[in-house]
Design a protein around this ligand. Structure first.
Ligand code: DAH
Length: 344
């Protein structure tokens, strides 16, 4: 672009030459020479100032255009199919080979989940899967967590500014399943549902803590249901899963959504002590449980004067860890083939 003013032409030529050698092209827009031109305006006779200013702006636009023309132009790139099952976006001949499907196997957590669900099916429970994206109402409000209550801090997880939450427990589903099945109560059909699902927490990771893991929630509501039913149900399940008699105990705990709330522990038998050098019997806290809080029942439209129920939430990874004597929970999400192939 020709410039009337020789001073500006001079700077234009200088900067365009410099631009070629610049790694970060946008730096040219910050050149001292360009800034100097602006400060020269005030030294000029009044009648020359306007056209001089206009030409500096023209120069600046020209430089901006040159900078932009060096930006990678994404429109020029081939489209990428992000849904492709393998890298179809690489040129033919350079595509990675797929592992043949016979070499793959089910993830041990999914295999064990089926074993666990099967035990509960035989005990008369239905299964409903939890969601991997949920909201504040199902995560907290419907579960009797008051606004800003510190109990919320125990469930620190990932959330978007729009209020979507990666759920920190499967209890998010309690309100939904209670509503879904409550019509059966009047006909004498108890609500009995288990809820498998993937949950997420802001954790410091170590051999027993993962940010992503699986839980199995359970809810049972009917007439005359009490804590004895809760203990018997969990004991029966655990003895069936571990194929042996177990000593169990409950100790008091706090959850906003149950009253009373318990921690459920088993006395760890020899066979579940693999990979662990403790010898004496030790109590192992396995899960949280309790009698469903009247406010949780009310919130779902169930009269707590007529119906009572129990609920629990157990970490699946933890159950499987103990069953096989696996030393580190992080193996499950690691995608390490050496680990996974042992469960084929
Ligand atoms: N949601 C609790 C947790 O993840 C576990 C739990 C405790 C679930 C008590 C329940 C319950 O249903 O009644 O820490």
């Amino acid at each position: 672009m020709p410039y009337q003013n020789s001073r500006i032409s001079e700077v234009a030529e200088l900067l365009k030459k410099r631009l070629e050698g610049l790694e970060n092209k946008a730096d040219i827009l910050k050149a001292v020479e360009l800034r100097a031109l602006y400060s020269e305006i005030t030294t000029l006779p009044a009648e020359e100032r306007a056209s001089f200013g206009l030409e500096i702006n023209q120069l600046k636009s020209e430089l901006e255009e040159l900078v932009n023309s060096h930006e990678p132009d994404s429109a020029k790139l081939d489209h990428i199919d992000v849904t492709a099952p393998y890298d179809v976006n690489s040129p033919a001949g350079k595509r990675p080979q797929l592992l043949s499907s016979e070499l793959g196997s089910r993830h041990p957590l999914m295999t064990e989940m089926d074993v666990i669900l099967d035990i509960f099916y035989r005990m008369g429970f239905d299964a409903v899967e939890s969601r991997q994206i949920d909201d504040d109402y199902h995560m907290f409000g419907s579960l009797n967590f008051p606004e800003d209550h510190p109990a919320r801090d125990d469930y620190d997880t990932f959330m978007t500014e729009e209020g979507l939450i990666a759920p920190a427990h499967t209890s998010t589903m309690q309100n939904r399943v209670l509503k879904q099945f409550k019509d059966g109560l009047e006909k004498g059909q108890d609500i009995r549902v288990v809820i498998p699902g993937r949950v997420f927490r802001n954790e410091d990771l170590d051999a027993t803590h993962e940010h992503t893991f699986y839980q199995l929630e359970g809810v049972y509501v009917g007439k005359g249901i009490h804590a004895g039913h809760l203990i018997a149900t969990l004991k029966t399940f655990l003895e069936t899963y571990y194929k042996q008699d177990l000593k169990v105990k409950t100790q008091p705990y706090y959850f906003p959504f149950t009253e009373p709330s318990f921690e459920f522990a088993i006395s760890r038998p020899e066979s579940l002590r693999k990979g662990d050098n403790r010898t004496e019997d030790d109590w192992l806290e396995l899960l949280g449980c309790g009698m469903v809080h009247p406010n949780v029942l009310k919130e779902a439209g169930i009269d707590p004067e007529i119906y009572t129920g129990f609920a629990w939430g157990v970490g699946i990874d933890r159950l499987v860890l103990m069953k096989y004597g696996i030393e580190d929970i992080r193996h499950f999400e690691s995608a390490k083939l050496e680990f996974l192939r042992q469960f084929k």
